[in-house]
Design a binder for this molecule. Structure first.
Ligand code: CTP
Length: 403
């Protein structure tokens, strides 16, 4: 499958570099040509000899060959590759890539590469959470570099959290997916809802929730990457899709989300509702800011429309409707109730009982339940990987069950 594909791997100075020889083996077995460039610090973690042996190419180390005096052109290497993968990418290298600093050979290759660039951060939890790192990663993504988000788990520091370099098998699958030319959802119209809704109390206050929208945004991105025409109805969040082919319809309240979803649903082949829609809104919105008083303040709440339920009633035979369920107890029972009550084809259950799943995490642990009694259970993984699982499953449903 990767026969003749030219893959350049840039390794930087992280303990996670030990995973790269395994990745090189997987790529070579699949027929890829692999060349390696290492930052000076990377050589403290994994030897050039190991990598040269496995890749069957000498490691590209620096501007000069000190023995022969020959000049190594970073431009040539960047032109040679079909894909440049920087893995593990340390916080230091990410920052330099973002700023355009070129103080080692690997960075000059990055700056002159004309091929697609994937990068897989690996660092300690606190470094990964730092706003500077987040800013650098987002900057690289905005520029079209493809992010392989770090996994959740034990870190070299002894902490547990996000920051682990993805496993070589996962990176290998992502590289293969990158080279798959056939887009499975070309010609399909997909609607996704994501994020929270804000229900106004008065001109300055609202009732909201902690949803970041990441799960739905990742699903929208995954469908767009597979050629679908994607409309994302997105509640208030600072996150945005990375795929330029996702059209965002920004909304704020449940009513606004309902109005837009209703219209877009009529032409959608596939609809995935991940939004954390408020179930209640203030019965009346105060025109002026509510002033503080000594006595207890009561708010009267009125139910919002259950958008998913409405869409379930509108659903035509050729449409596929997927809902999400967020449960704290008896997950399966409640998910199945929602599947039937809302007339869905599939429900994705995320259980808040799982550490690392749900709101405020880049990871999620889900189960799928279909109308045919079929159920699938997945491990805790990145939301981008959950999105890929869902897109794959929907493809299977369309090509087998629904047709
Ligand atoms: N949903 C919706 N409109 C609402 C509430 C929920 O479209 N007003 C959708 C969500 O996007 C999700 C699914 O319904 O796909 C289930 O949401 P969830 O909050 O788990 O369930 P509810 O039906 O609201 O039930 P409850 O809160 O009682 O568990």
């Amino acid at each position: 499958m990767l026969k003749g594909k030219k893959i350049l791997i840039g390794i930087t100075g992280s303990i996670a570099a030990y995973k790269i020889p395994l990745l090189v083996r997987l790529l070579k077995k699949e027929g890829a040509e692999v060349r390696i460039v290492m930052s000076p610090a990377a050589k403290d973690f994994v030897t050039p000899l190991t990598l040269a042996t496995l890749s069957e190419n000498p490691v590209e180390g620096g501007f000069f060959d000190h023995e022969t005096g020959a000049w190594n052109s970073h431009v040539d290497l960047g032109l040679w590759a079909d894909l440049f993968l920087v893995a593990p990418a340390t916080a230091n290298t990410l920052a330099k890539m973002h700023m355009g600093i070129a103080d080692n050979y690997l960075l000059t290759v990055y700056l002159s590469a004309r091929c697609a660039v994937m990068f897989a951060p690996a660092m300690d939890y606190d470094m990964y959470q730092h706003p500077a790192t987040k800013h650098n990663i987002q900057g690289l993504v905005n520029r079209g570099n493809l992010l392989i988000s770090p996994a959740f788990g034990e870190l070299a520091s002894g902490l547990c959290g996000e920051g682990r370099l993805e496993e070589p098998e996962v990176i290998f699958d992502l590289i293969k997916a990158f080279f798959v030319k056939k887009k499975r959802f070309e010609g399909k119209k997909v609607m996704v809802s994501a994020g929270p809704t804000y229900e106004a109390i008065d001109p300055v206050r609202f009732i909201g929730n902690h949803s970041s929208g990441l799960m739905g945004i990742s699903i929208a991105d995954a469908f767009a990457a597979e050629g679908a025409e994607v409309k994302l109805v997105l509640g208030p969040t600072h996150l945005q899709p990375t795929n330029k082919n996702v059209e965002v319809i920004a909304v704020s309240s449940a009513d606004e989300m309902y109005k837009n979803c209703r219209i877009l649903f009529t032409t959608a082949d596939i609809t995935v509702m991940t939004a954390a829609v408020a179930d209640y809104k203030p019965a009346a919105v105060a025109k002026q800011k509510i002033k503080k008083k000594e006595s207890v303040l009561s708010l009267q709440l009125a139910p919002t429309t259950d958008i998913l339920m409405e869409l379930g009633q509108m659903k035509q035979k050729n449409q596929l409707l997927v809902g999400f369920a967020l449960e704290t107890n008896e997950g399966k029972k409640h998910a199945l109730e929602k599947l039937h009550k809302k007339n869905l084809d599939l429900i994705v259950l995320n259980s808040l009982e799982e550490p690392g799943a749900g709101f405020r995490h880049a990871t999620n642990k889900v189960s799928f339940f279909g109308q045919n009694g079929k159920e699938l259970h997945f491990e805790l993984k990145q939301k981008t990987a959950v999105a890929a699982d869902l897109v794959n499953h929907i493809y299977t449903m369309l090509t087998t069950e629904k047709s």
